[in-house]
Design a protein around this ligand. Structure first.
Ligand code: ASP
Ligand code: MG
Length: 405
């Protein structure tokens, strides 16, 4: 019998009506003669509500107690989904992460999955039951409940698909799949039929998040092919898989805009070995993630460093850098939060030249100025004015012929 792992996100199981709809979908797939393991998230908003309550009683709750609390969001939806199935005559059983044998390390609130003992699930599948598993949670070797980091139900689903050797893995959400650009900004954006793991990861890090990135990394590592699709309709979604040669014929697969970065300029620091190291060590020690970096070197023995950090961290970056610059013997810091990062992504860049030139030219024609530039094998990112970000996305989308025909 074909074996399918499905995952339904928070909006898909957002209320009892939605849960009944999901149960109908599961029944239909089962009636076609498939075995099903279904991972569900908490109802949309519940995990945030629980977190807010934790904050209301304690400013710094312990990880263990947070996990005890957060795990209940998914425990509600597994039980309700199993009941909804039973209500329409489908044998189903709900499992917490622990009951599903999802063993993690000991790091509360962002645990990593170590192993999955799928024997109990196998037994219930063999007995003809649909198995409903709580996403986002596991158990550590001391028997403590752990959670896998926000959005972690995606990871639960991908890991279970690998563990039970599923024939198919379907991630149900509230969008039809992965798009060439954000359809709210670029009206002509198209849903992609397929995308590679690496492209999906680069798009996520560039501001268009459809799934938890860790789960995509996990899928790549274990070769889990999956489909992202909507639970609100029956349209086919986007297949995510390892790239195949013909995928390289498309040079740019998608355009993303990240408006959550700010630019920091450190100017007039002494141009000597160790200056950049000091600046970035200081930021790293403050747990600030630096994205793009440009250094203009050495006129009159001084250098300028420009880089981007997440907007919420920009004040902290300035605060920790001030004393560090004093130690280096001087320098000034300024920042600009009114920027955006525009990225174009595609595995085809590995084998095609001129992508950067085409992007820069299209932006130039639109009169959009480029600040920082960074590239990877399959991505080109530029920093531009926040005000022009949406326009730039449309310009790049058209320039690379991604517009729907
Ligand atoms: N309920 C968890 C969260 O909101 C896990 C998930 O939805 O994937 O982060
Ligand atoms: Mg979610």
């Amino acid at each position: 019998m074909p074996r399918i792992v499905q995952k339904y996100g928070g909006t898909s199981v957002g209320d009892v009506e939605r849960i009944k709809k999901v149960a109908e979908r599961i029944k239909a797939v089962r009636d076609e003669g498939n075995e099903l393991v279904v991972v569900v998230s908490a109802r949309a908003g519940v995990t945030n509500e629980l977190l807010a309550r934790a904050q209301a009683v304690c400013t710094l709750p312990s990880g263990r107690e947070l996990d005890q609390l957060l795990a209940i969001g998914e425990q509600e939806t597994i039980a309700l989904t199993a009941m909804a199935l039973n209500g329409i005559g489908v044998p189903a059983v709900s499992y917490t992460g622990a009951q599903a044998g999802i063993f993690t390390d000991r790091v509360h609130t962002k645990a990593k999955i170590k192993t999955i003992n799928s024997k109990p699930i196998e037994k219930d599948l063999a007995a003809g039951k649909v198995v409903i598993v709580a996403g986002f949670q596991g158990i550590n070797e001391e028997g403590q409940t752990t959670t896998l980091g926000r959005g972690g139900s995606d990871l639960s689903a991908i890991a279970l698909a690998a563990a039970v050797k599923a024939d198919r893995c379907e991630i149900y959400t509230d969008v039809d799949g992965v798009y060439t650009a954000d359809p709210r900004v670029v009206k002509s954006a198209r849903k992609l039929d397929e995308i590679s793991y690496d492209e999906m990861l680069e798009l996520a890090s560039s501001g268009s998040k459809v799934m938890q990135s860790r789960s995509v990394e996990f899928a790549k590592k274990y070769g889990v092919v999956f489909e992202v699709r909507s639970s609100f309709n029956h349209n086919p979604g986007t297949i995510v898989k390892e790239e195949v040669a013909y995928m390289e014929q498309v040079v740019v697969r998608g355009v993303a805009v990240d408006k959550d970065q700010a630019k920091v300029l450190v100017s007039n620091i002494v141009d000597k070995p160790g200056s950049a190291a000091k600046v970035f060590r200081t930021l790293a020690d403050a747990n600030i993630i630096v994205d793009m970096i440009v250094q203009n070197v050495g006129r009159q023995g001084v250098a300028n460093l420009t880089f981007t950090v997440p907007k919420p961290d920009v004040a902290a970056a300035v605060r920790v850098l001030e004393p560090a610059l004093k130690e280096l013997g001087g320098g000034e810091i300024s920042m600009d939060p009114k920027i955006a990062k525009l990225s174009v992504v595609g595995v085809g860049m590995k084998t095609h030249s001129g992508t950067a030139a085409n992007l820069f030219q299209a932006l130039a024609q639109a009169g959009i100025n480029i600040g920082l530039i960074s590239t990877s094998e399959i991505k080109i990112s530029v920093v531009i004015d926040l005000d022009r970000a949406d326009e730039a996305a449309r310009v790049a989308h058209a320039a690379f012929k991604l517009d729907a025909s």
